[in-house]
Design a protein around this ligand. Structure first.
Ligand SMILES: Cc1ncc(COP(=O)(O)O)c(C=O)c1O
Length: 402
């Protein structure tokens, strides 16, 4: 029997568009469409853009939207008010935060990260360090070796809290404390934890954090990223991407840049208002969710999924940590023919995804999944594996997006 929660997960599930017969286990990649989104975006297009036109920057509050949305996200990631703004893409926000962090430690040359980090974060670091000069180093170690590699040489510790392939969860509190003890700045990528896990940025005294809103937050494809700077630093950091909307007085049109107040300085240029309207309405759903209950429910469903799949499909090997407290909100299985098996599964209306070389990923999202979905998904995975449906030639053809 399942636990009783204050959060009404069954009622929340009804607030999403979920195609008939489909079981959606890919909310860790792209969240589904909330039912209220179309109407809100339509109003934004037809009333605000259509009727108000340029006046909407003031009359519809467009200009204040990025930081207003940041404050809505703050509760979910345990941040103080006024410390998050939204906009751009996550890769851009990684660059901004890393550049600002490095300037806080001018005497140090090492950015420490791990091989479980998302490649774009590593690429952004490589590009930035190259611009800064050859004596800078991006040091990438195995996830288990991060604590030992965290020495007083490190300027910035840059990690993604949950590994996008395995779902392994880093201990943010312990690593942030250790980083502080050696004088390193911390930068956390929350792409796979915002909306999936009760992140506690303020309690952990994290310096910077970044994340996206198209995965667990359900803001839609191309939804804006967010950036957090802790209160003690937000008036101090220098924005490397010094765009006009991060200026202290954008409409003074000064020829020289002066950083805006606090987190506003991490804005760059014109915000994507239509995407922000979609994110705004998806955050209404999150206002109904207790984050600790979400975590409990995610573990409950993940444990059921692992038990069902392992019992039915001996050929699949669990590629996520077995202990729930070491995992985010996804479960991965390794299988040599994982790509083709995932295509066969998608044909059976169970949507997950594949990450090279052999990982089948399944996002466990309590907002719109329940025990019935989990059991049905496991039944269909069993059919794909038992009948070796993945051998069919049409499932072997690789698409551009896996
Ligand atoms: C952990 C992580 N960091 C960074 C990115 C890149 O994000 P974006 O494409 O929005 O720049 C992703 C994309 O999935 C991600 O999962």
């Amino acid at each position: 029997m399942s636990t009783t929660y204050k959060t009404d997960f069954a009622a929340i599930k009804q607030q999403f568009v979920l195609p008939e017969g489909m079981i959606y286990l890919d909310g860790n990649s792209l969240g589904p469409l909330p039912k209220a989104t179309s109407e809100r975006v339509k109003t934004c297009i037809e009333q605000e853009w259509g009727q108000e036109l340029i006046r909407a920057w003031n009359s519809a509050g467009w200009m204040a939207t990025p930081t207003r949305l940041g404050d809505r996200i703050a509760r979910m990631v345990g941040a103080e008010p006024g410390c998050i703004t939204t906009g751009d893409t996550l890769s851009i926000k990684v660059y901004q935060a890393l550049a600002a962090g490095l300037e806080l430690r001018p005497e140090r040359r090492v950015v420490l990260s791990d091989s479980g980090n998302f490649p774009s974060d590593l690429y952004m670091a490589q590009g930035l360090l190259q611009s800064l000069g050859e004596d800078n180093e991006l040091r990438v170690v195995e996830p288990e070796a991060v604590a030992d590699a965290l020495t007083s040489e490190v300027a910035v510790l840059m990690l993604t809290q949950v590994d996008y392939r395995s779902g392994r969860l880093h201990d943010m509190a312990a690593l942030s404390e250790q980083a502080r003890s050696v004088g390193a700045i911390t930068l956390w990528d929350l792409a796979h934890t915002a909306g999936a896990y009760p992140v506690r940025l303020a309690d952990c005294q994290a310096d910077f954090a970044v994340g996206c809103s198209y995965k667990f937050l359900n803001g839609g494809p191309g939804a804006p990223a967010f950036i957090y700077v802790r209160p003690g630093l937000k008036e101090q950091v220098r924005p490397a991407l010094s765009g006009w909307l991060g200026h202290e007085a954008p409409f003074a049109f000064d020829l020289d840049y002066r950083a805006g107040h606090g987190i506003e300085r991490m804005r760059v240029g014109t915000p994507p208002i239509l995407q922000m309207a979609a994110l705004d309405v998806s955050l209404d759903i999150w206002d109904q969710v207790d984050m600790d209950e979400l975590r409990a429910r995610s573990i409950e469903l993940s444990q059921l999924f692992i038990a069902e799949v392992e019992q039915r499909c001996p050929a699949l090997r669990l590629a996520s940590p077995r202990a729930p407290e070491e995992r985010g909100s996804q479960v991965s299985f390794a299988f040599d023919e994982g790509y083709a098996a995932m295509q066969a599964l998608i044909a059976r209306q169970v949507i997950g995804d594949f990450r090279a070389p052999d990982i089948m990923r399944f996002g466990i999202t309590p907002l719109y999944l329940d025990e019935g979905d989990i059991t049905q998904a496991a039944e269909r995975i069993e059919l794909v594996m038992r009948d070796e449906e993945w051998r069919r030639p049409e499932f072997q053809v690789r698409a551009a997006v896996t």
